[in-house]
Design a protein around this ligand. Sequence first.
Ligand SMILES: [Zn+2]
Length: 318
Amino acid sequence: MNWITNYVRPRINSIFSRREVPENLWQKCSECGTMLFHRELSDNLNVCTNCDHHMAITPRARFDALFDGGIFTEVDVPEPIADPLKFRDQKRYPDRMKAAQKKTGEGEAMLVAEGEMGRTPIVTAAQDFSFMGGSMSMYVGNAIIAAAERAVRLNRPLVLFSAAGGARMQEGILGLMQMPRTTIAVQMLKQANLPYIVVLTHPTTGGVTASYAMLGDVHIAEPNALIGFAGARVIEQTIREKLPEGFQRAEYLLDHGILDRVTKRTDLRKELITIIRMLMDLPPQIVGDLPPPEAMDEPTAEAGNETSAAAETEAAAT
Ligand SMILES: [Zn+2]
């Protein structure tokens, strides 16, 4: 019996449990190693339920959680010229683009949307790190300009979620030129007196940090996000000094005055609503479930009776 209980059964169990639990249903936290069930993880906005490690989240998943009822309208972004430099490294640039589009299901590295968040109208743009490292391309520049123009037209604040390794090298100088272009887009918001809020997510580096990600009226970062211009190794080699612990991490930057807040992803929505409503001079958010407007316009039979009953009591009172 020992041989069966000690050897055979564990073998069988391991084979079956492997089959019952396909890899994609569970994700391992890269920080603490806990296995997290996919639904639990997505409900918690890709934040580890054990150690609070913030994993990457796609712009679409973020918007689903951010907007009321997950309802938002995408803002059109003008398409730039494809592959103007005919760039080729190990792969052609158009092939890299196609691979990234297939992997992410998105057309490019930035998603722009408008909608309401806690009944607060906003325009928002989010960068997708899983799309070629969220690199700043001509399209990303166009997206930020489209977002800023839309915000000005609708008189709404712009909330931008940054995540990037820098400018897209396949577009060379044309990628780098998005730094001044996006700076002008931010300037448009300031001239229109509209708040521009940047949420810096892991990682925000390179030309993105050197332009639109650092021009916000309010800078919020997600915990432990890497935020910087040049990499720590490059800086260390240049200044020939050991860098302090936590260098270029959100908490360190908060201590040194570069950020205004470090906020957990799960608290972000509430905090953004509060900040925006204060800056836009709106009354505080109404918390609680209000009946949807349709329910009031077309009362059901039961609701109709109630209203007529209420009207009768009112009539009797007068
Ligand atoms: Zn964890």
